[in-house]
Design a protein around this ligand. Structure first.
Ligand code: NAP
Length: 306
């Protein structure tokens, strides 16, 4: 076997697992996706991760996690995992480049933003349609943008976008927000943010780039065009687990079913972080589960050799 432990995913869960596994002297490889960056890295300001009372930029926090894992000897490669096959006494991890073998696997592949699935969304992606304020917000200086969604991400990103845009219109399908009260208070107090309630974006319009959205009232069915330069979509997440569908039980949304100790139904495969079925998806919970998964993995490998 090439490794004792291969970790799939380079977000807070995978990196914490890498810190714990390599510190436990397991020969550890972490495979991180280039095409799907971890969500924390694209978060401008994380203010609820303990130890940083002033908050911290997501990229900076993830760099710190990575440096710590490297310090203990974890190896990193960039790659897309295509599948995992049983290869007794361990597993073969197939990637877009080459296969790697490992005695145990920790899956920390995270989740990616959901699409609305409306006309114009694909056509204007990168030409006004975005799923990341931190990445693209600066492109909309003094412009008008709309935000789809009413959860924490939509509110946090709407507030962030007011740094650049002259107006941010949040379009939410209900008349009450899902996001936490503190973010609601900040969004309501922000003079650049307006809300359109009980409405969805039914189409994204433009020529070379976005120029407007069609807004549909879900109660009356009435539609009207709203001029805008950008459309930011924050309507939840989809787990990055398609490569596991024939291997592990997933719930109906595709989240991995694992127990409190991060054990999946396959002996030697562990799951942690946002890809796992659970109540709360935060950097702090991902990090905690990464530690649990690595500890469970270490325990499993020790019992395997004795
Ligand atoms: P979320 O909580 O699932 O909210 C998704 C929002 O999008 C909801 O308001 C939902 O409407 C709306 N939505 C879903 N599908 C839609 C569709 N097809 N068309 C229009 N609207 C649609 O997702 P999230 O805001 O990304 O948050 C995900 C998790 O991360 C949550 O647990 C959240 O608390 C956490 N998070 C925490 C922080 C923080 O603590 N600072 C920051 C970001 C995220 P409904 O309300 O009607 O369902």
């Amino acid at each position: 076997m090439d490794y004792d432990c291969i970790i799939i995913g380079g977000g807070p869960a995978g990196l914490t697992a890498a810190i714990y596994a390599s510190r436990a002297r397991l020969k550890t490889l972490l495979i991180e996706s280039i095409s799907i960056p971890c969500q924390a890295i694209t978060t401008d300001h994380i203010e609820n991760y303990p130890g940083f009372p002033e908050g911290i930029n997501g990229f900076e926090l993830i760099e710190k996690f990575k440096k710590q894992a490297e310090k203990f000897g974890a190896k990193f490669i960039a790659g897309e995992v295509k599948g995992i096959k049983e290869n007794k006494p361990g597993w073969t991890i197939e990637t877009d480049d080459k296969p790697y073998t490992s005695r145990a696997v920790i899956i920390a592949s995270g989740a990616r933003p959901k699409r609305l699935g409306i006309p114009g969304e694909d056509k204007f992606r990168g030409r006004g349609v975005s799923y990341c304020g931190t990445c693209d917000g600066a492109l909309f200086k003094n412009k008008e943008v709309v935000v789809a969604g009413g959860g924490d991400t939509a509110l946090e990103e709407a507030i962030f976008l007011t740094r650049f845009a002259k107006k941010v219109t949040v379009i939410h399908r209900r008349s009450a927000l899902r996001g936490t009260k503190i973010l609601q208070e900040r969004a309501f107090a922000n003079k650049k943010i307006e809300f359109i309630w009980d409405a969805v974006i039914s189409e994204i319009l433009g020529e070379a780039k976005v120029s407007a959205v069609k807004v549909k009232n879900v109660k009356t069915g009435a539609e009207k065009d709203l001029l805008c330069d950008g459309v930011f979509i924050f309507v939840g997440y989809t787990p990055n687990t398609a490569f596991l569908k024939d291997l592990l039980p997933l719930d109906q949304s595709g989240y991995i079913i694992a127990d409190d100790n991060c054990l999946t139904s396959k002996v030697g495969i562990f799951a942690c972080g946002d890809c796992r079925k659970k109540l709360l998806r935060q950097v702090v919970t991902a990090a905690g589960e990464g530690a649990t998964a690595a500890f469970a993995c270490q325990h499993f490998l020790e019992t395997q050799t004795t």
